[in-house]
Design a protein around this ligand. Sequence first.
Ligand code: AMP
Ligand code: GLY
Length: 420
Amino acid sequence: MNILILGSGGREHALAWAVMQNPKCDRLIVAPGNAGIAMIAECAALDIEDGGAVVTFAEENSIDFVIVGPEAPLAAGVADRLRDAGLLVFGPSAEAARLEASKSFTKEICDAANAPTAAYGHFTDAEAAKAYVRTQGAPIVVKADGLAAGKGVIIAETVAEAEAAIDDMFGGAFGGAGAEVVIEEFMQGEEASFFVLCDGTDVLPIGTAQDHKRVGEGDTGLNTGGMGAYSPAPVLTDAIAQTALDQIIKPTMAEMAKRGAPYQGVLYAGLMIENGQPRLVEYNVRFGDPECQVLMMRLGTQAMDLMHACAEGRLAEARVNWADDHAMTVVLAANGYPGSYEKGSVIGGLDGLPEDSFQMMFHAGTTEQDGKITATGGRVLNATARGATLQEARDRAYAMVDQVNWPEGFCRRDIGWRAL
Ligand code: AMP
Ligand code: GLY
């Protein structure tokens, strides 16, 4: 098969790594890709949010299967355009992608599906939102309804903070994403992520993970896209995962199908677990980044067969071969991230790294210039490893980190502390 992956992050490098090792893969193109991906696949410049351009590119390159990495092309309907053109795609329609693109839509689906989640109100004007906050008290969570690159959620410790966040959102701080606001009960507990494949009818769990969203050690400081992750998540026991499937995920999928928007692709459920009961925090309609890196490390080449079965509606017969192992990824980011940072610094030490089915340095914001790898983004590298224990995976991941020579970058030294 000729396969096209859309995206350019560590997630897409991990997907490409798993896909290219599968014997079904004859040719792999990643658009736009990065310097690490370019070492294992062809990269092509392409506006991946332009459905027409993606269809033309896929047809010109005789692509048989398209895997969509990030949410933006999904929300923009790129998977729909590809399917309309008769191409096989892994990823939901724009209508189904509303599970990530609109928080109020997800809350409404949860109501209809009777899925446990935080109590909420949905508002289109600031005064009504503030009145609701005053009746509920703090802490309380204020969310921009639309896609806000992970920044549209404010956990307000006081009513005044919540009111300020409401003014910011309706004032346009998050652009169109903040034209509507969802206000939620603050949920206590431990967070974990649950990943399942859905083919519109059947649901297949493919792993659990936890990530570290804060930039600083001990989970302090500003929120980021994720500074590291590990899989499995010990807090998401088999029993809790089963409850999440039965009470949250399957009812959501059934509700989507009932509304004529069956969900096809990977569904990433962010769960809050308290006293053994999971509640939904949010859905994402794609793999997490960096969670994908640990999932691909654990699934290996079968990931491609599973995504293919998902796209063809064959999940009922699909099985996951689980190894009793653990994986960890440690993100190396540019100094200053998630604030402003410099681009263009040279990263040394990458050549000598061992790369095999136990350890891989997945690239995110990198490019190659005159034979040198340089940093072009905030999150730049993902040292990813697996082992018989989480400690073994962690030791391998940090051994890779320690070989990298990049004074302009940093990482957290405590990834996995909660589980270890
Ligand atoms: P979201 O973009 O909805 O995932 O929110 C980002 C982060 O905010 C989540 O991963 C949680 O850590 C936190 N969060 C969101 N909603 C709630 C909630 N209702 N209660 C507690 N924490 C929340
Ligand atoms: N690491 C969190 C996310 O991908 O949304």
